[in-house]
Design a binder for this molecule. Structure first.
Ligand SMILES: Cc1cc2nc3c(=O)[nH]c(=O)nc-3n(C[C@H](O)[C@H](O)[C@H](O)COP(=O)(O)OP(=O)(O)OC[C@H]3O[C@@H](n4cnc5c(N)ncnc54)[C@H](O)[C@@H]3O)c2cc1C
Length: 498
């Protein structure tokens, strides 16, 4: 049986950041992910906001992790080449009742140690001319920003791999191998692995994983779905991140750009019994649009190019000595019930923002548990950035194309993604093996044509490079094949002469 010091279950942003943090030390680390690629859970379906930290209840772990995580992204962005925009964010009041809530929110921000500034309606209209003219005031949090959520998973894990971490995709955790309440290893869909520590980073399934370790039997994740519209970048002229005044269950429908230029409008917040339910609904989309119009009345539905949904891992109840407590805080702990287990659960928003802080908390917990962590002398924090054709000057594009003709072949016209970039992703430390994996890494197929032009060519390239039939190329793994049969076969069948 292969043996590791630490096995991480789950390749979302929390698992990937934890893998990178652990890669600094002399440890044999394995990350397993049940899907065909990493970052296919909540980490790829969110608002991509690096939250300032004004919103979590003061004193909670969530508030602390948000505050610590936010500035960590500056350095991570530089070291790992993760696109990050410092935008700040506005919580916009559009009536007097909401205006009075802003004062409470500012107070909460101050208690959380977060910079926040109340601004007048006039100032808000000056800063964002497209805001609802009925605006009554706003709270500005300057430290909020926008990140590429896909790169936030892929980049740290690639760097972790370059520093020795092993990754197995399409490998599902099934159960623990326990002896005398001590973890000795895990059973997975690809066999058994021995280990001294397991980190639970399984997102919406984190409750099931902890229950198998005998931890927090009363804790239950209640998946909470969020639906979104994606707006074409050419039709969206706002640079600002606008939130409504939040409710008890959600920060509300945001109107927000992205690091890539497209804009998002959403999300909803509805309880869904199925953790995999990311389907959008007519009711959900209509609710989002109505809410968004309260912030920006001129939003035009003609700008909508796509819709998607994601699921928050909301923890709704914990068992304490005094009974069941409802709460929405993060769980990051080394529980007493079992040895060798770092338990992470209930990582809903702002989990993306908090992920680097959560990863560092895992290191602290291991040290507190007596794990003698030795820093590697040759640890390399830098992930070499890959060429992005559309970001280059004409001279740079020409030089790239002269050095490698694959960079002269444009595969995605909307986003100007070349074959050279696709090949680099297929042969990267964390190989992209599906259409969506290429899309998450290059943003190909996210323009107006939504992949209609590039998809057949990407299928061809994937088939050629992976040595498989085009019929076997999938959109996102499993049964999501893109082709029914080859045109040649159809012609042969239809033509009686052969
Ligand atoms: C609608 C929405 C909007 C949000 N907006 C923001 C925002 O703007 N800013 C912000 O900071 N946060 C936001 N969040 C929260 C943030 O996206 C999440 O907190 C974060 O992505 C959680 O990361 P994770 O790694 O814990 O979970 P995930 O990304 O879900 O990763 C868990 C991984 O574990 C894998 N897994 C599960 N079970 C197994 C198993 N048995 N074996 C192997 N692998 C397994 C899954 O396949 C998955 O890849 C939002 C979330 C949603 C849903």
């Amino acid at each position: 049986m292969k043996s590791f010091d630490v096995i991480i279950i789950g390749g979302g942003v929390v698992g990937c950041m934890t893998a990178r943090a652990l890669s600094r030390y002399d440890l044999k680390v394995l990350l397993i992910e049940k899907n065909v690629d990493i970052g296919m859970g909540a980490s790829c379906a969110n608002s991509a906001i690096i939250h300032a930290g004004h919103d979590p209840i003061p004193g909670t772990l969530k508030a602390r992790m948000n505050k610590i995580g936010n500035p960590m992204w500056d350095r991570l962005s530089l070291e790992l080449g993760i696109p990050l925009k410092h935008t700040g964010a506005y919580i916009v009041a559009v009536n007097d009742e909401e205006l009075s809530c802003l004062t409470d929110l500012k107070q909460r921000a101050m208690e959380n140690g977060i910079r926040a500034e109340l601004i007048s309606a006039e100032e808000m209209r000056n800063r964002e001319p497209k805001v609802n003219p009925a605006v009554t005031g706003a709270l500005f949090t300057p430290t909020a920003g926008l990140i590429d959520p896909f790169a936030a998973c892929i980049a740290p894990l690639e760097n972790a791999i370059e520093n020795g971490v092993q990754v197995m995709v399409e490998t599902a955790f099934e159960d623990f191998i326990l002896e005398n309440k001590t973890i000795k290893g895990i059973h997975t869909s690809r066999g058994d692995f021995a280990c001294r520590w397991v980190v639970n980073a399984a997102g919406v399934y984190s409750d099931e994983v902890m229950h198998k370790a005998g931890v927090r039997p009363g804790f239950k994740i209640t998946p909470r779905k969020g639906e979104y519209f994606v707006l074409d970048q050419s039709e969206f002229e706002m640079q600002n991140v606008l939130f409504p005044v939040p409710s008890a269950v959600s920060k509300g429908t945001v109107v927000v750009g992205s690091t890539h230029g497209n804009a998002l409008v959403g999300p909803t917040s509805t309880v869904s019994p199925d953790p995999e339910d990311t389907a959008v609904t007519g009711a959900g989309l209509s609710e989002i649009w109505q809410s968004a119009l309260r912030l920006v009345p001129s939003l035009n539905q003609r700008a909508v190019i796509a819709v998607f949904g994601g699921t928050r891992a909301t923890g709704n109840a914990t068992c304490t000595a005094s009974g069941v407590d409802y709460h929405h805080d993060f769980i990051i702990e080394v529980p007493e019930e079992v040895r060798g287990f770092v338990n992470i659960g209930g990582i809903e928003s702002p989990g993306l923002t908090a992920a680097p802080a959560i990863a560092e908390r895992v290191i602290e917990l291991l040290l507190e548990a007596g794990e003698p962590l030795q820093q590697k002398e040759n640890w390399n924090p830098i992930r070499k950035p890959r060429a992005r054709f559309s970001h280059l000057s004409h001279a740079e594009q020409k030089a790239l194309g002269d050095a490698d003709p694959a960079f002269r072949r444009i595969i995605c016209r909307c986003e100007m993604v070349t074959e050279g970039e696709i090949l680099a992703e297929i042969h990267s430390p964390l190989p992209a093996t599906t259409y969506d994996a290429i899309k998450r890494r290059t943003w190909l197929g996210t323009g107006r044509c939504l992949g209609a032009f590039d998809m057949p060519r990407v299928v061809e390239i994937l088939a050629r490079e992976l040595g498989i039939s085009p019929l076997e190329v999938t959109k996102r793994g499993g049964s999501s094949t893109l082709l029914e049969r080859l045109t040649k076969d159809v012609e042969e069948q239809d033509d009686p002469q052969g």
